[in-house]
Design a protein around this ligand. Structure first.
Ligand SMILES: [Fe+2]
Ligand SMILES: [Fe+2]
Length: 289
């Protein structure tokens, strides 16, 4: 933490040679039909998973018993994800009858326009208490994240940028906090983001990168929901050390469950091994005394 309330992690940068190699691999895979392959094998019915998670909360108000949050992450519009590819995923989200839907970043791969192909499906998302989103590191490419925010707003998706909303069920309030990305945002202001949350609220924090979940944990925070790691995407023992930390993990810091969503899209290759695409269904339940 560099100053009071400000969080950050050093952004990762790659050499020009590595980026040229990665782009060539991506272009070749796309030319060989990578997008159709990915949609059929990883996003079709029965090909992705609905991961059930439960957060046990002390003295949970009755209105929040069984409150259901469905989380989507790392869609990565681009060469391997476009128009219509999320059809079955969005249907599965709606089937869960969530109280709230949250999207935890990385809507694009390299250019903001890559989100355009996703909008017809994302527009279908609905939930009684709303659909909310935060940005991931990829979404700041070219500093055009405001364009994604405008598209989301038109689709009824509220982007939380170091902000929170209080969701009043009539008998208990959920404070939903959305942070900017720890690596690429100009400022991640935790204090401002949490300012509206009251001490009696049950809090859930959205933070794309899972690496500071422990710092975000506090007694009233039931969960920190992240993405970013893709579960290593190609999760083979010899390669795990190359991937980001906390891939697909669930960790517990006191009262706070830190849940890392494995995501829906891909980077580099249209392939997942040992890390199937997923949506996370988080249910709040009262901790039995
Ligand atoms: Fe990602
Ligand atoms: Fe990311």
């Amino acid at each position: 933490m560099s100053e009071r309330g400000a969080l950050s992690l050093p952004p990762r940068r790659y050499s020009k040679l590595w980026l040229a190699f990665a782009r060539t691999v991506e272009r070749t895979a796309a030319g060989l039909g990578g997008r159709v392959f990915y949609r059929r094998w990883f996003l079709g019915p029965g090909r992705f998973r609905v991961r059930e998670e439960v957060a046990r909360v002390k003295a949970l108000p009755i209105g929040l018993h069984g409150f259901c949050i469905v989380q989507l992450s790392d869609l990565h519009g681009g060469r391997f994800m476009g128009e219509g590819d999320l059809k079955h995923v969005i249907a599965a989200v709606l089937e869960q009858r969530p109280d709230v839907v949250v999207l935890t970043g990385d809507y694009i791969t390299s250019r903001w326009q890559e989100v355009l192909g996703l909008m017809s499906e994302l527009r279908k998302l609905e939930a009684p208490y709303g659909v909310f989103a935060i940005f991931g590191n990829h979404d700041y490419r070219g500093r055009n994240e405001h364009r994604i925010a405008e598209l989301f707003r038109d689709a009824g998706i509220v982007v939380l940028r170091n902000q929170s909303v209080r969701i009043d069920t009539g008998n208990g309030t959920l404070g939903l906090v959305g942070l900017e990305d720890l690596e690429e945002a100009k400022l991640v202001d935790e204090l401002s983001a949490r300012a509206a949350v009251r001490p009696e609220d049950v809090e859930v924090v959205l933070c794309h990168n899972p690496n500071m979940a422990e710092e975000l944990a506090r007694p009233q925070c039931a969960a920190v929901l992240s993405g970013h790691t893709h579960g290593n995407q190609i999760d083979l023992p010899g390669f795990r050390h190359l991937g980001p930390e906390h891939a697909g993990e669930r960790r517990q810091f006191g009262a706070t469950a830190a849940i890392t969503n494995v995501g829906l899209g891909v980077i580099g290759l249209p392939l997942r091994i040992g890390a199937p695409a997923e949506i996370v269904r988080l249910t709040l339940v009262a901790e039995s005394v």
